[in-house]
Design a binder for this molecule. Structure first.
Ligand code: PEP
Length: 256
């Protein structure tokens, strides 16, 4: 059964769009389509360079909040090119995506992911922890892989902090592929993730963690995956760059 949690939809713009003015336009279009009565928490995660612009568009409207696509775990210092979590917090970021597969592919390790999760929690923000297998095998080894990702990413996270953790299950094979996991795949994985979390933290604490799905979510498949997959929302990549489609996904989630 689906839990009574407010749904969450995070739009990951990745390295798009091409200019500040286009980011302003995109955020404005999304804002104009969002309803104030919407019970869904909507997070927009633009490239860090556009956070200030997107924040201006949000203008305290509570229609959406700001997300970061990545962060570094140290606070300050000689870390060229990095952005720290206190810096993101200062600009108004509420959610930080951690361990996206596109970053893991560039060498981000489980250890670094764990350090980032801990640092996000320490600053009082919400970590959207991405996990997901590269491929599935009939022997079910992918489940062992997922369990290992959860255990290593959440090492030393206190169970009283689990409200600050969101898990985005994003099978790598479905990201940007145009083909999502089936609602049955998603449901099975949700149950599995909950079991792993219960084993680590105990059932009551584990139930605080929101579980999202990500990977080729579109206006066509969102409702089915949300209902039958029994997830708490979505991490949306490509479709979050299309205001009508993105808001349609949010409406599908909020109408249930
Ligand atoms: C993502 O970037 O996290 C993602 C799920 O991308 P897409 O929706 O484009 O598959």
């Amino acid at each position: 059964m689906k839990k009574a949690k407010n749904p969450l939809v995070v739009g990951n713009w990745k390295m798009n769009p091409l200019s500040v003015s286009l980011s302003f336009k995109l955020a404005k279009e999304i804002k104009s389509l969002l309803s104030k009565k919407n019970p869904v928490t909507v997070v927009i995660a633009p490239p860090a360079l556009y956070l200030e612009t997107v924040k201006k568009v949000a203008n305290g409207s509570h229609l959406f909040t700001l997300g970061a696509q990545n962060a570094y775990y140290e606070k300050l210092g000689a870390h060229t090119g990095e952005i720290s979590i206190p810096m993101l917090k200062d600009i108004g970021v509420s959610h930080v995506i951690v361990g996206h597969s596109e970053r893991r592919e560039k060498g981000e390790t489980d250890v670094a992911v764990n350090q980032k999760v801990l640092a996000v929690i320490k600053e009082g923000l919400i970590a959207v922890l991405c996990i997901g297998e590269r491929a599935r095998d009939s022997a079910g080894n992918y489940l062992t892989f997922i369990e290992q990702q959860i255990r290593s990413s959440l090492r030393e996270v206190g169970r009283t902090k689990l409200e600050q953790v969101v898990i985005a299950y994003e099978p790598v094979w479905a990201i940007g592929a145009g083909v999502s996991a089936t609602p049955e795949d998603v449901r099975e994985m949700r149950i599995f993730i909950e079991k792993v979390l219960s084993d680590i933290f105990g059932r009551n604490y584990a139930s605080k963690v929101r579980i999202l799905y990500g990977g080729s979510v579109s206006e066509k498949n969102a409702k089915e995956i949300f209902v039958q997959g029994t997830v708490d929302g979505f991490l949306v990549g490509g479709a979050s760059l299309h205001p009508r489609e993105f808001v349609h996904i949010i409406k599908n989630v909020s109408s249930i």
